[in-house]
Design a protein around this ligand. Structure first.
Ligand SMILES: [Cu+2]
Length: 346
């Protein structure tokens, strides 16, 4: 039925080559063929087809937030004096830039199975203000960490497709290739080596299950998608903790503007649990980024994206302002994320 319909549409479309940008058989070759830049695991490839993608992400976080309330740097230190547990006595984070370089390779194996792998290179910079129990209250310092992150492998399984729908299951997991334990003496002005706090670490340290499911529907001049994607650490890592369980629910619409361009709008709901276990070397009292119960929360993001399909090169960008956050304890608040991607199939 499906193949018959496609064949018929192909026959119809051939003499009408000039309008094929909007013909049914070319839904999956338009500028909106992939979801917005911030989304993964949304599309299949034909058997034998390869895709190579480079993706860049920059997440910017300025100021702290307790629950849904933004606090100044000085307020963040004061907040930690009476919190449970007490924290931010040595320092508070004040802002963070989290960059990620991603190399993504996909290959269509059969009509219904596409395999992929993704290599991550995070680069993390965090600014701090020293607190009352440090040697120099009121002074600031910056720490940095970069290297390999965790590596994701997955199989995209087509559960259902027709002319204008795709339902895809993402059977994926990550391997702990990112280092989780690295020390720095910057906070103590060279006096003492301390382990990097949780959000400065490059990986989870655990094997993670990352199942997801995506439904995409194509219209004559656009496409709609919705996706539930998870990231679930299995057990605890060798430092005796596990990072957050993560659940992302995304919904988007892409409008095809012409043969080369599409624009998208996306809404993301992101839930994270607190960490479980505890790294034995990271006292809560020093800084809030060491506190396992201050890692979870809810975030709502808006995504405004564009994609351009030029001679087979797909260039996508997405600006993702955070609309709302309700965070456990005190944490750096996310202000915005920027994502850019280049990909090519061959
Ligand atoms: Cu692909």
């Amino acid at each position: 039925m499906k193949l018959g319909k496609l064949f018929f549409l192909t026959l119809l479309a051939c003499p009408l080559g000039s309008v094929s940008a909007f013909a049914d058989d070319s839904f999956r070759s338009r500028a909106d063929k992939h979801a917005p830049a911030g989304i993964m695991g949304d599309h299949m490839h034909d058997p034998g087809e390869w895709m190579v993608e480079y993706k860049y992400m920059n997440m910017y976080m300025d100021d702290n937030r307790a629950g849904s309330r933004t606090l100044s740097d000085v307020e963040s230190i004061a907040w930690g004096a009476t919190s449970n547990p007490v924290t931010n006595r040595m320092a508070t984070p004040t802002n963070m830039t989290h960059e990620m370089h991603m190399l993504h390779v996909m290959r269509g194996m059969t009509e219904d199975v596409t395999l992929y792998a993704m290599l991550m290179l995070p680069s993390i910079t965090m600014d701090h203000l020293r607190g009352p129990m440090s040697g120099a209250p009121g002074t600031d310092f910056t720490t940095h960490n970069s290297g390999f992150g965790d590596t994701t492998f997955g199989a995209l399984l087509r559960l259902y497709s027709d002319v204008d729908d795709d339902l895809i299951f993402n059977l994926a997991g990550s391997v702990p290739t990112g280092r989780i334990y690295r020390t720095t003496s910057v906070p103590t002005g060279g006096m003492m080596e301390q382990p990097m706090p949780y959000p400065m670490r490059l990986g989870s340290g655990t094997f993670n299950a990352k199942p997801g499911i995506t439904w995409k529907h194509y219209f004559e001049t656009g496409s709609f998608g919705t996706q539930l994607q998870t990231d679930l650490p299995i057990g605890r890592n060798y430092r005796d903790y596990a990072v957050s369980d993560e659940f992302r629910l995304n919904t988007w619409y892409s409008q095809v503007l012409n043969q080369y361009l599409a624009a998208s709008i996306r809404l993301e709901n992101l839930w994270r649990t607190n960490y479980t276990g505890a790294d034995p070397m990271t006292p809560d009292m020093g800084i809030s980024t060491n506190v396992e119960s201050f890692r979870g929360g809810y975030t709502c993001n808006l995504g405004l994206g564009t994609s351009a399909l030029i001679k087979g090169h797909l260039l996508s960008t997405e600006f993702v302002p955070t609309l709302y956050q309700d965070l456990n304890g005190i944490q750096l608040e996310t202000d915005w994320t920027f994502i850019a991607s280049w990909s090519k199939s061959f």
